[in-house]
Design a protein around this ligand. Structure first.
Ligand code: COA
Length: 207
């Protein structure tokens, strides 16, 4: 609990059919180090270096927890409920309170990709963001060659805003910027959330 009586962002919890999402914590470091070191994750992520330096996961987690304490970023670890296994990360970062925007970034561990986890988890994070974090626009970049990422974002209502160039390993990549506004989300969220409604739950921290 914070001095002003509000609960911190570190206490946000989300539950979907097969997943439990909670803010990233120190115990996730070994799983993050292993998964982010894999080419299957790093290749499509401009923010993840490859090779992934030793201790990079520790630095990442410490930075995220610091940013979360200042409400500048919110990074969830996705935990597969049954096996209690770490399956990936979803971040809302670069919060701009003035414009009520944040950037979405995410990845799934190689052995858990293609099982529908991100399709299941993202709507719960978007719903939290629009309904409880005072955000009005959420955007994400994905490489054009990254078909699964584009597909997940498209299914969650993030429409293309325009092509960009990003640099990955010293080379230019064609990147697509996508975004969704709160008013757009309100029209599609019912349908997206209803799929996991029976086991969808939010335990809120402060806004
Ligand atoms: C992109 C990523 C997050 C998707 O997560 P996921 O849990 O594997 O995705 P899902 O299983 O929910 O599937 C997403 C969709 O992409 C489709 N898809 C998956 N692999 C595909 C492929 N190789 N080619 C075409 N479509 C593919 C799936 O069929 C599904 O679409 P559908 O529901 O219409 O069938 C995950 O693959 C990943 O972490 N990749 C590496 C890091 C990354 O790209 N992060 C995002 C950077 S912007």
């Amino acid at each position: 609990m914070e001095a002003n009586g509000k609960v911190s962002w570190m206490q946000h919890r989300l539950k979907t059919a097969c997943l439990f999402l909670r803010p990233v914590q120190e115990s996730d470091i070994p799983a993050i180090q292993k998964a982010a070191s894999a080419f299957a994750v790093a290749d499509a992520m401009i923010s993840i270096p490859h090779p992934y330096p030793e201790d990079e996961a520790q630095r990442f987690v410490e930075t995220q927890r610091e940013l979360m304490s200042k409400k500048q970023s919110l990074t969830f670890s996705m935990i597969e409920t049954e096996k209690k296994a770490f399956t990936g990360l979803i971040s809302l970062r670069d919060f701009e309170p003035e414009h009520q925007t944040a950037e979405l970034s995410f990845w799934v561990a190689p052995n858990a990709q293609g099982r529908g986890y991100m399709t299941e988890a993202l709507p719960s994070v978007l719903d939290l963001a629009f309904k409880h974090l005072e955000l009005n626009r959420i955007y994400a970049y994905h490489m054009l060659r990254n078909v699964p990422s584009g597909r997940v974002l498209e299914k969650c209502g993030l429409r293309p805003e325009g092509p960009k160039h990003g640099v990955k390993c010293g080379k230019f990549e064609d990147v697509l910027l996508r975004a969704v506004l709160r008013e757009e989300w309100s029209k599609i969220s019912e349908q997206l959330i209803s799929r996991v409604r029976e086991r969808y739950a939010v335990e809120l921290g402060g806004s």
